[in-house]
Design a protein. Sequence first.
Length: 406
Amino acid sequence: MRDGMTLWRERTSSYWNEAIRYLRLIGNSGFLFTVYFLILIGSFYYSQALEELPEAFPSLWVFTVIFAIVLTRGRIRTFVKQADVVFLLPYESKLDRYFRASQIYSYILQSFVMLVIFIVLAPLFALRISNESGSFWFVLLMLLIAKAWNVASTWQEQRFASGQERGSHFLLRLMVNGVFTYLLFSGADFIYFIAVVGIMALLYVFYYQKLAVKLSIKWEHLISVEQKMLMFFYRIANAFTDVPQLKEQVRSRSYLNGMLGFLSANKKSVYHYLFARTFIRANDYLGVYVRLVVVASFLLAILPNGWMELAVFLLFMHMVMMQLSTLWFHYDTNMWVDLYPIEQGDRKEALTTISFRLLLVMTAVLTGVLLVSSTYLITAIGLAIGILFSYLGSTTWIHKRKKQAW
């Protein structure tokens, strides 16, 4: 067998070569502009919200809960494959460096996510927490140390055979992290803080490390975790381009069969029926649509009256149109659909119909939110924008999103 680190480098290199190509497609899709626009809106109202924040706001508990969860959560990325159960199992004792590299890799990525969250919350930290807890850099250093403990402990927990055992240990670490973050952000006496850090160290040395002696690596669980993380990334990329590696996930959802008549205008058209069924049952198209509508409704409800509401209205309409455009590619790898004697125009008409009706539903929901939370003028303009975008988006713009080459 090759050296464990050689195998690790090959697999990480292969993954990132693939991931970078997908990330380029996502960047070229205009999604980054959407994110940048939302960041601008969020930062503007974030500063206003801080100025109006009441003294009774539980800042300490907000930081405690958020960072206790951030410290506790996190999966170990191992890049293992299904065939490893057969080919690498005999060499498990020689893979120490491989799995140590997995822990370091996971620690770096999880620490980066935690840093981003801390930077986002930095204005609130400076306003309400820093006077008690100390400087930004000291708190960040303590969080990074705690994250290292959690990553190392999480790796040893992967040796348990049952999900119940892993879940109970997750709750144990959550409680420890909750106490740790509370003491850290409240500026408690140093002796209490050191005591908790000492308990964490003792737990790892006298309990977690001994799991490596008693229990073997559970390969099937590692493969399952790896597949879930891969599918999560592929589902994000699938919103912008066709992802051949994405395994279709089909849910029955028979209780939504009543929507078929609304979504498919022509019951005799194959693609009208297929697109309607696909939207309801496959790859969480319905779930993404509902989440975008809910998030847009929430933002419209809390934003001050004005043109910003219309910008958010239009932005989320565009995001939904981008999601619906991926229906066009759903059956590209299905040879049976190609056997149907159907003209390409029927497929285009079916996508136009379902996208137009779903965009109109979204327009109705968002207009209803504006009617309650905004002025009549903004509501009327929003309704006009929504209807116009629904028509142009479904008949013209959605068909200009060509399939990007892999």
